[in-house]
Design a binder for this molecule. Structure first.
Ligand SMILES: [Fe+2]
Ligand SMILES: [Fe+2]
Length: 178
């Protein structure tokens, strides 16, 4: 707990805002999966919409702003972050099952850590943005909602999700029988 408070104090405005969003998303996913046998559709629906919006905030606002502030050079971790987002978004397409939620949770744990850690993407963004941090936070706060398509359980969906996971290095997280 003390370490968490210390970590939070060390964050800049961008890191604080997006780490708080991660915590909100984690809480929604925990509620959705409180019964391990059955995913609760109401908190899951809220989690799915909020996560798609969070990803859009990072891809459409944060990473482009960081690239601009970094002399038009993409951040070193940007490609990795986008591959993770591709895997996460692919897992949000089908109706959730406990296996899909377990895979999502594993990716999010690693991904959020990559963004929040010391020397991670959020810290880089706050450092690059400096005096502009508050303006970027305001842009993130006014990001539009992302319309979520209905679940798609077509035959191509899970193979496509497995390919997206493999591209991001998570090949073992969604075995064939799931
Ligand atoms: Fe992300
Ligand atoms: Fe994030």
């Amino acid at each position: 707990m003390a370490a968490e408070i210390e970590q939070d104090a060390a964050r800049g405005p961008i890191g604080r805002m997006l780490a708080a969003d991660h915590a909100r998303l984690d809480a929604l996913l925990n509620r959705a999966a409180a019964d391990p046998e059955r995913i609760d559709p109401v908190p899951y629906g809220e989690f799915r919409r909020a996560l798609l919006k969070h990803i859009a905030m990072e891809e459409k606002i944060l990473l482009p702003a960081a690239q601009r502030l970094n002399g038009n050079q993409a951040l070193a971790a940007a490609a990795r972050i986008r591959l993770d987002h591709g895997a996460i978004a692919a897992l949000l397409v089908p109706t959730p099952t406990p296996r899909i939620v377990a895979a999502l949770r594993a990716i999010l744990n690693a991904h959020n850590q990559l963004e929040e850690c010391r020397g991670g993407v959020y810290e880089d963004c706050d450092r690059l943005a400096a005096a502009e941090s508050d303006r970027i936070v305001a842009q993130l706060r006014s990001a539009p909602e992302v319309p979520a398509a209905p679940f798609n359980d077509g035959p191509k969906v899970l193979p496509a999700a497995r390919r997206a996971l493999a591209r991001a290095g998570y090949d073992t997280l969604l075995p064939e029988e799931s």
